[in-house]
Design a protein around this ligand. Structure first.
Ligand SMILES: Nc1ncnc2c1ncn2[C@@H]1O[C@H](COP(=O)(O)OP(=O)(O)OP(=O)(O)O)[C@@H](O)[C@H]1O
Ligand SMILES: [Mg+2]
Length: 302
């Protein structure tokens, strides 16, 4: 059980998770990171996919591109948790958990958001991260094979018969979170790589997902389409949300880029992040600062 108490905790934790590999977790978390950075929030990021480290590489590519091209790209305060190679599983889990907690403790009071990418397989750290999430975003490909990771479908009715392993993992994470600090996790499932074609599969999936969302207590966000811009910018560490018109030497912004931006913005809006509360806190800090500035110097701190 993690020991980050409510009082210490300040940053809002967003976790991207799905036990299904290749569902779009890293792509989604990178776009959310850049969206929040560009909106002026302080963002810490954490890559828990200790094997692939694609999120770390994405951010590293961004840093290198920013320096090489002399473009001032916003960057998060990025961290990883190293894999522990102790002989006993209990030691490994314990050491990795301690490191995870250390990172969270270090960054939580300095940032508005902590964004965590998780691996596409079950594991101790992945489960711990889920139990820390204020917001869990689960991208999934628009296919019943991917759906199966969440729930099994009755082939006749299209309704969910049985909850699958990942759905049960999230339910357990929610339960642990409630016990730990009374926190509630908001779970949002977002369909990824949607095609423009209106197929029967798309409609059937939508119906099944609605059925699932009622059983799981999760919300459905509007989907993200299959677009080249979501996969071509990784080597430069850029995203569809960056100012590609001015950054790239051969700007290729087109209608698809603009739609991609709109889709990510809609996703952010549907996450209902505590952005108003943060803005209020900032305003209070600014007011306090301004009040100090208007007082004669020798009365400050008296
Ligand atoms: N909306 C999209 N349009 C086009 N390509 C996409 C989209 N989303 C993801 N991809 C591509 O799909 C692949 C898998 O995406 P990504 O690496 O983000 O998934 P993941 O869930 O993090 O995978 P893993 O479980 O292996 O960590 C990548 O090649 C990525 O570029
Ligand atoms: Mg990934």
């Amino acid at each position: 059980m993690f020991s980050v108490t409510k009082n210490q905790k300040q940053a809002h934790v967003i976790v991207c998770g799905n036990e299904k590999g290749g569902s779009g977790k890293t792509t989604t978390i990178m776009h959310l990171t850049v969206a929040l950075l560009n909106a002026g929030y302080k963002v810490a990021t954490l890559d828990l996919d200790t094997r692939q480290q694609s999120f770390s590489r994405y951010i590293n590519n961004r840093e290198i591109f920013s320096k090489r091209s002399n473009v001032n790209l916003s960057l998060p305060d990025h961290h990883t948790v190293k894999r522990d190679y102790s002989d006993y599983v209990s030691d490994r889990e314990n050491n990795e958990l301690l490191e995870l907690l250390q990172v969270i403790t270090d960054v939580q009071s300095k940032n508005d958001f902590i964004l965590i990418d998780t691996p596409g397989h079950d594991g101790y750290l992945m489960r711990m991260a889920h139990s820390m999430a204020d917001t869990l975003v689960t991208p999934m490909n628009d296919s019943y094979v991917d759906f199966d990771v969440l729930g099994q479908i009755d082939p006749d009715t299209g309704n969910v018969d049985t909850l699958s392993h990942y759905a049960r993992t999230v339910r357990e994470a929610r339960r642990q979170r409630r016990i730990a600090d009374g926190g509630l996790m908001d779970w949002i499932v977002v369909r990824n790589r949607l095609t423009q074609i209106n197929s029967r599969n798309k409609e059937a999936m939508y119906k099944s997902l609605n059925n699932l969302s009622m059983q799981l207590g999760c919300r459905l966000a509007e989907g993200i389409s299959e677009r080249v811009v979501f996969r071509e910018l990784f080597p430069k560490g850029l995203t569809a949300l960056d100012d590609l018109e001015n950054i790239l030497s051969t700007p290729r912004t087109n209608a698809s880029h603009l739609s991609a931006r709109q889709e990510v913005r809609s996703l952010i809006a549907s996450l209902k992040l505590p952005i108003d509360e943060l803005a209020k806190k900032r305003q209070e800090a600014r007011d306090a600062y301004l009040e100090k500035q208007t007082k004669p110097v020798d009365t400050i701190g008296m």
